[in-house]
Design a protein around this ligand. Structure first.
Ligand SMILES: [Zn+2]
Length: 349
C-alpha cells in the first residue's frame, strides 16, 4: 500500500505538459479499444486455396496440417464448408494425371481444374472461383514455361532457360480453357513479361472481355514456397525460378512490375509472399491505390505457425489473427490464406 501511494504521489508530481498526451487513456477497456481499432480483419477478406487432384478422397499435406489434396467431389465439399463460414472466394491449383514438357492437361477440357471449376460452380454458384494460371504444376520439368531446349532452342539464351514469348501462347490457352469452364477470375502467376496482355487478348478475342484478371504482379523467388511445392507437386526438377521471379532485395522493381501489369490490363494486383514483404505491400498500396490489392500468405508462413503451435511454442489463434491483421494493416484488401477457415471460425466466436 505504501508503495502504491508513493507511485501515485510521484505521478501527480510529474504531471506536466509532457503528460497531457496519454495514449493509454483509449486503451483502458475492451470497448474503448474496439472503438478506436484502425484495422480489422473480416471473413470477407479471405480467399481460400484448394489443391485438386484426380481420383478419390483427400490426402493431408505433411508440411501443411489441415490442408489437403482433394478429389473433385472433396473439393466441392471443402468449398462448401468455406462458403458456409462466409468465405467469399477460393483459388484453385491443379495436380494433373500426367506431366509433359508443355503441360497439355493445363488447357484440356477434362483437366483437373476445369473439372473442379464446373463441379463447384454447379453446387455453389455464388462462390467466386479464381484459377491460378501457370505451367509449373503441369510440366514434367516443373518450370513455369517452355524451356530453351530441343525444338524450341534459341541460340543466345542459356540451355534450359524459361522462354518468355513461347510461354505466353500457352498461358493464353490455359486462361481461355479456365474461362470456358466457368472461372470468375483468372490469376496468372508465372511472372512472364507480357503475361497479362497475352491473357487479356486471348480472353477478349473469344468473348470474355468481362472476365477480370488478378495478376501475381509482384512474386518473389522466395524460400517460403516449400510446403506448397509438396502440395501441388510442382517443384522444379533442376535449377530455380530466379530468372523470372523477383529478387527478395528489390522493392522499386516491384513498382515497375505493377505499373506494367496495370498498363497491360490487370484488374487486381498481388504481392507474394505476404509477411516477409509487408513493406512491399505498403509501397504498392501507396503508389497504386486505385486497384484492389491481394496478398498471398504463403505455405511457408502457414507452416511456421503450425509447427510452432504443435510444439506449444506459440499461441496459434492469437498469432494467426495477428499475422492476418498485419497483412491488412500494411495495405492488402484481400488475403489468400490457408488459415481462412480456422480464422473465419475464430472471428465468429
Ligand atoms: Zn509457376
Amino acid at each position: 500500500m505504501a508503495l502504491l501511494e508513493l507511485i501515485h504521489q510521484n505521478s501527480i508530481r510529474t504531471t506536466n505538459n509532457s503528460l497531457i498526451r496519454r495514449p493509454r487513456r483509449l486503451r483502458t477497456t475492451p470497448a474503448l479499444r474496439a472503438m478506436v481499432r484502425e484495422t480489422e480483419i473480416n471473413v470477407e477478406d479471405f480467399i481460400y486455396p484448394l489443391f485438386v487432384r484426380h481420383g478419390t478422397g483427400r490426402n493431408e499435406i505433411r508440411s501443411m496440417p489441415g490442408i489437403y489434396q482433394l478429389s473433385v467431389d472433396e473439393a466441392v465439399r471443402e468449398a462448401e464448408s468455406a462458403a458456409k463460414l462466409g468465405i467469399p472466394s477460393v483459388i484453385l491449383f491443379g495436380i494433373p494425371t500426367a506431366k509433359d514438357p508443355i503441360g497439355l492437361e493445363n488447357f484440356s477440357y477434362d483437366g483437373i481444374v476445369q473439372q473442379a471449376v464446373r463441379a463447384i460452380k454447379r453446387e455453389i454458384p455464388e462462390l467466386v472461383l479464381i484459377t491460378d494460371v501457370c505451367l509449373c504444376e503441369y510440366t514434367d520439368h516443373g518450370h513455369c514455361g517452355i524451356l530453351n531446349t530441343g525444338e524450341h532452342y534459341q541460340p543466345g539464351l542459356p540451355e534450359g532457360y524459361v522462354l518468355n514469348d513461347a510461354t505466353l501462347d500457352i498461358l493464353g490457352r490455359v486462361a481461355l480453357s479456365h474461362a470456358e469452364s466457368g472461372a470468375d477470375i483468372i490469376a496468372p502467376s508465372g511472372m512472364m513479361d507480357g503475361m497479362v496482355a497475352a491473357i487479356r487478348t486471348a480472353l477478349d478475342t473469344n468473348g470474355y472481355e468481362n472476365l477480370p484478371l488478378l495478376s501475381y504482379s509482384v512474386k518473389y523467388a522466395s524460400s517460403l514456397y516449400g510446403p506448397f511445392r509438396e502440395a501441388a507437386q510442382g517443384a522444379p526438377k533442376f535449377g530455380d525460378r530466379k530468372s523470372h521471379q523477383m529478387d527478395p532485395g528489390n522493392v522499386r522493381e516491384a513498382l515497375r512490375e505493377v505499373e506494367t501489369d496495370i498498363d497491360e490490363g490487370a484488374d487486381m494486383l498481388m504481392v507474394k509472399p505476404a509477411l516477409h514483404y509487408l513493406d512491399v505491400i505498403f509501397r504498392v498500396r501507396e503508389s497504386f491505390p486505385e486497384l484492389p490489392l491481394v496478398a498471398y500468405n504463403v505455405s511457408g508462413e502457414y507452416a511456421m505457425i503450425k509447427a510452432a503451435a504443435a510444439n506449444g511454442w506459440l499461441d496459434e489463434r492469437a498469432v494467426t489473427l495477428e499475422s492476418l491483421t498485419s497483412i491488412k494493416r500494411a495495405g492488402a484488401d484481400l488475403i489468400i490464406t490457408y488459415h481462412a477457415k480456422e480464422a473465419a471460425q475464430w472471428l465468429k466466436e
